[in-house]
Design a protein around this ligand. Sequence first.
Ligand code: PLP
Length: 229
Amino acid sequence: MDLGSRLADIDARISDAARSAGRDATTITRIVVTKFHPVELVQDLADLGVTDVGENRQQELSSKRETYAGRPLRWHFIGQAQTNKARAVRRDADAVHSLDRARLADSLHTARREDDESDILDVLIQVNLTDDPGRGGVEPSGIVELAEHVAASCPSLRLRGVMAVAPLDEEPAPAFARLADYAGLVRGVVPDAEWISAGMTGDFAEAIAAGATHLRIGSAITGPRPVHG
Ligand SMILES: *Cc1c(COP(=O)(O)O)cnc(C)c1O
């Protein structure tokens, strides 16, 4: 199958999963994760009508975005962000899905264009659905505090919701059900923070059933990722 066929196939499966869940597929944003792939892939995807792309490393995000400056693409940053990369992440991402600590929120806020009040960055709190701190994301017990911090101290950040990656050692459905509860905690702080970023190649149907609004799908659309160093 070529790229266009794989994209069409995934979109059909997204529509099916939405229908089974009694949801309207047009309320679901399909982000194509292009990490590690050559920059030309983004052009091919854009030619197929893709509008939302995801990257997990700042340098790759920045160089790809620069290549397609002027293209109507939305760039989603989905990787662990070092605080010292916050300025570049803010400049080159339209949304940051991986906010996991107050210090990162502060750094992203500080990197705003101070002369431009319309410079607002969409952020999602990444939640760790496992007991392993190495998997990334804030512990569930820290969600409300982080949401309150963003709402109170970072006016140039717009808190949109939650993001998570399913655990490796658990079925995705119960994990995504917990994520939906955590999304409710965030809405308790910021009522219109309605995004739920969940679902990858192997589990997007379960994520849709659990209410995901943003899917981050890589290899099922792009093919296997090139080996990277
Ligand atoms: C790589 C990545 C994806 C996409 O993974 P696939 O299994 O290739 O669909 C989604 N989310 C995050 C955070 C990733 O790092």
